[in-house]
Design a binder for this molecule. Structure first.
Ligand code: C2E
Ligand code: CA
Ligand code: CA
Length: 714
């Protein structure tokens, strides 16, 4: 008689483990417990006790459930030991994602003893059946041949018909696990049976078919003329009109048998490879094998190995590419772009490995690594008193599936003491359209915390105007293709599309950045259209951090005109010839911007400058009586403009001295300025007339306040 089967219960919450253990023991199982994925893995690897099934919580410290599934997968344990994931009742995504990661089923908390036992028993029964499939000639459920016997019969057919043309077909039900979970295992079984029946009818007497996995079928079939995706899609409904459910999809990989010397098992592998290339592709029903698939499969396999090690060994290197202000040509920011320096394969471009990591889920780990590297750079710049510019990092769709995204990012900026405004987050347009609710809510929170959000690849997706005006974004980054359309940007068509997009963003009051700008003509054209920032080879390619720092030093040193000292005014405010002119203070951290404002004002005003809130505060204290207005950037290191305004309020200087906010033009910048009690708002890029207008107004306002105060006293 069989001994008691052993179930591994993995959950960090003791009470949950206790409940499950009690339920399972009462039903005749033995249990062993682990309080995180790592502990569970140790139990599995020790191999001392044969585990029949795992009940796995997803959210756990040290190693979470997804990570354990990943590990089990890479160790080849997943097909052997079934895993039931336990999730909260409100987390449908976790269910889908864990099934995609290889879990067999899921259970929703709070646990109902009957359901837990029923699920565990039926899955164990299913596994017993599956184990049997390999041993029997005929699969008991469907009546098809099992793997080895399919190979044998297929070989016989090929040998007996040397002049016939054949194809090997491998097929799979899309999201079968979800169908099983949704309709129950019984309906799932019925579906498998009806597919098997159809397959047998299809190959007829001249071919053979088999089942080689839960929902994976193979067939050797006489070659028929190729059909279009559309025809196959249409045929599907017809083929399965008697199936127990209607809304399911099959995908096929096809290997044309031209080289008969190849073992049948390899032919099936090739058909499976072809099938794998269309997994997750909506509306695509079949793919035909060609040799490039094997090449890219091997390459992907190579790239997917030892990723943790690659991270630990710092094989991933962050490059920075500058973003320049279109008007001043000054450096205004940078984008962090990752490269992979592989010990054997050499330099690999993100264009190759990012899409792969996006599919396998490793991207979230890599992104977090890049974000942290960027924070380390920024914190060093702060310490070394370097000019500070924001750095943008890329966020992938998958990053938004992690429940601790917000905590992670804010944790980083806290750990490294970085004002959130220095970290811009680029989110690609299509991510917004894919999962609007989730993304919008995460991004809104991040923005509220002070991070700036850039919509990447704008124009490549399908955001509606309606949606755009409601999205929480601070900047639009034009899709590179608009700029790059074969370098014929000057062509009327492209020009008008580009112009339209730039004016659309103006209308939305969002600054724009164009990337992929390679030539002076493109740059001039974009400038004339009013595009605010430029990123592209025209200025510089992405470069290692040390090179970028040298580049930045060079840019800063030749920033506008002859100014030398880091934050000195063009003309000393106490210069004799300046007497009688009103005194204004420019508080702005980015040197290029500061210099520009000083330039615009120094003919008519005496200008003081400060490169952070604290310096500005000192200047205000020193010149309280004579200062006519302050131009204040909200986003600065050391002390932000926001904090300075609060301080001025509490010290009573805000009542006396008008403040003009000069912040980055987010859509609600002006509104925020009003709420803060500021007297004006000018957005970047600065327009000299607008700046002069507000400063003149503010200086008059200051005079008015002074006179009023004096007359009250009098
Ligand atoms: P992206 O975010 O749209 O980045 C811009 C890409 O355009 C970069 O390619 C950059 O090197 C390239 N580029 C910039 N200026 C020019 C130019 O003037 N001409 C041309 N021909 N290309 C230019 P890269 O570095 O190869 O990155 C490709 C994509 O990989 C990125 O597109 C981004 O989607 C992804 N990626 C790169 N690093 C990361 C990362 O750390 N995390 C994530 N999630 N994705 C990343
Ligand atoms: Ca980007
Ligand atoms: Ca982009």
């Amino acid at each position: 008689m069989k001994g008691k089967q052993l179930i591994l219960v993995v959950d960090d919450v003791t009470v949950n483990r206790r409940i499950l253990t009690r339920i399972l023991k009462a039903d005749g199982f033995d249990t062993v417990e682990a309080d995180n994925g790592k502990a569970a893995l140790e139990i599995l690897q020790s191999g001392s006790k044969p585990i029949a099934l795992i009940l796995l919580d997803i959210t756990m410290p040290v190693m979470n459930g997804y990570e354990l599934l990943e590990k089990m997968n890479s160790l080849g344990l997943l097909p052997i030991i079934p895993v039931i994931v336990t999730t909260g009742s409100d987390d449908e995504n976790a269910e889908v994602r864990s099934l995609e990661c290889g879990a067999t089923d899921f259970l929703v908390k709070p646990y109902k003893p009957d359901i837990v036992c029923h699920r565990v028993r039926s899955i164990l029964r299913l596994c017993d059946n599956a184990a049997l499939i390999g041993k029997l000639e005929i699969d008991r459920l469907t009546g098809l041949y099992s793997r080895e016997f399919f190979y044998r019969h297929a070989q016989e057919i090929l040998d007996a018909n040397p002049n016939e043309k054949y194809d090997v077909l491998c097929s799979n039900i899309v999201n079968f696990k979800i169908i099983n979970a949704k309709y129950g295992i019984h309906i799932g079984d019925e579906l498998l049976k009806s597919i098997a029946k159809h397959d047998m009818e299809c190959v007829g007497e001249t071919g053979v078919c088999g089942r080689i996995g839960a929902d994976t079928f193979v067939a050797l079939r006489r070659r028929i003329p190729p059909r279009s995706q559309e025809e196959i899609g249409k045929q599907h409904a017809q083929n399965y009109k008697n199936a127990p459910i209607k809304n399911f999809v099959m995908q096929y990989g096809l290997y044309p048998v031209d080289d008969r010397s190849m073992p049948i098992s390899d032919m099936c592998d090739c058909a499976q490879l072809a099938l794998a290339t269309i997994k997750h592709k909506y509306g695509v029903y079949y793919a035909v094998y060609d040799d490039s698939m094997r090449q890219s499969f091997l390459r992907e396999h190579q790239l997917s190995e030892h990723l943790e090690q690659a991270l630990a060994e710092k094989q991933f290197v962050v490059y920075l590419q500058p973003k320049h202000d279109t008007n001043t040509a000054c450096i205004a920011g940078a984008e962090a772009l990752v490269r992979w320096v592989h010990p054997e394969l050499g330099f690999i471009s993100p264009g190759e490995f990012i899409p792969l990591f996006e599919r396998t889920g490793f991207i979230s780990k890599l992104d977090r690594y890049v974000w942290e590297e960027v924070c380390i750079v920024l914190s060093r710049w702060i310490k070394e008193d370097k000019p500070l510019i924001p750095i943008s990092v890329n966020a992938s769709r998958a990053d938004f599936d992690e429940s601790d995204l917000i905590e992670f990012i804010s944790g980083l900026t806290e750990k490294y003491g970085i004002p959130p405004e220095l970290l811009h987050i680029e989110v690609t347009e299509s991510a917004y359209t894919d999962n609007p609710k989730k993304i919008i809510s995460a991004i809104t929170t991040l923005r509220d915390m002070g991070f700036l959000i850039e919509m990447d690849d704008f124009g490549s997706g399908y955001s509606s105007l309606n949606m755009l005006s409601e999205l929480p974004i601070d900047m639009l980054k034009l899709d590179m293709r608009f700029v790059q359309k074969g370098n014929d940007l000057a062509q009327t068509n492209n020009r008008s599309i580009l112009g339209f997009i730039v004016s659309l963003s103006k209308w939305l009051q969002l600054p724009t950045i164009a990337e992929g700008v390679e030539t002076e003509e493109d740059m001039e054209l974009l400038k004339s259209m009013g595009c605010n920032y430029i990123q592209g080879y025209y200025f510089a390619k992405p470069m290692p951090i040390a090179d970028f720092e040298a580049y930045m030093d060079k840019c800063m040193s030749k920033a506008p005109a002859e100014s030398s000292a880091k934050h000195k005014t063009r003309r000393a405010p106490d210069d004799e010839s300046q007497n009688g002119k009103p005194l204004v203070l420019v508080a702005e951290d980015i040197e290029g911007n500061r210099e520009l404002l000083i330039d615009m004002l120094s003919d008519d005003y005496r200008v003081l400058s400060a490169c952070n809130g604290q310096e500005a505060h000192e200047e205000i204290a020193k010149h309280r009586g004579e200062l006519s207005c302050v131009l204040l950037d909200l986003l600065m290191p050391v002390m932000e403009g926001f904090q300075l305004i609060d301080l001025m309020k509490s010290e009573g200087t805000l009542e006396e001295i008008p403040v003009i906010i000069t912040s980055e033009a987010g859509r609600d910048g002006e509104l925020r300025a009003i709420h803060l009690g500021a007297d004006g708002f000018v957005s970047k890029p600065y327009n000299a007339e607008v700046v002069e207008y507000y400063v003149r107004k503010a200086v008059n306002e200051r005079e008015y306040r002074r006179i009023k105060k004096a007359s009250h006293k009098g």
